[in-house]
Design a protein around this ligand. Structure first.
Ligand code: GDP
Length: 139
């Protein structure tokens, strides 16, 4: 992983309602290249570990339940300034506050069921990519 890579997840709300293609098209239009992709149904233990930083938040249990409610699609993406650019492209956590044209404005249902995850730092991008992918998967 370099500073030009980030980790995204098309969340179960968007994946299960058939939005993966539209979201990937938008990401590619924004200049991201797909380096690695998976489709998986997270176990409770995996979701709890991935979101461990939010363990004390009131929405943690609900978030874990949502993230294990169906399949999701983690991807490693590459472009310059990947982390900052993807955060801009996905929009604010709450779709009601997300800018026009962002993934969450276009596809999110609510602040929790908000279509997509994106790493918020290079350090977390590295850690989160490792969570889903082996070095050889990313290349
Ligand atoms: P993100 O970086 O924009 O994804 O937001 P956070 O890291 O703060 O939160 C992680 C995820 O938890 C969000 O993407 C939402 O799915 C969920 N979440 C965040 N805040 C809330 C909230 O206030 N209520 C509920 N129900 N879910 C939330």
């Amino acid at each position: 992983m370099t500073g030009n890579r980030t980790l995204t997840i098309i969340k179960p709300d968007a994946f299960e309602s058939g939005k993966a293609g539209q979201i990937l098209a938008l990401l590619e239009q924004e200049g991201f290249r797909i380096l690695a992709a998976r489709v998986l149904h997270l176990s409770r233990a995996q979701a709890e570990e991935f979101y461990a930083v939010h363990r004390e938040r009131p929405f943690y249990g609900s978030l874990v339940q949502f993230m294990t409610s169906g399949r999701c699609m983690p991807l490693v993406l590459e472009r310059d300034a990947a982390v900052a650019t993807l955060r801009r492209v996905i929009g604010a956590t709450d779709p009601a506050e997300a800018a026009e044209g962002t993934v969450r404005r276009l596809h999110a249902e609510s602040k929790e069921r908000n279509a997509i995850h994106a790493s918020d730092s290079d350090e977390n991008a590295e850690r989160e990519a490792r969570f889903f992918f082996a070095e050889a998967d990313i290349g």
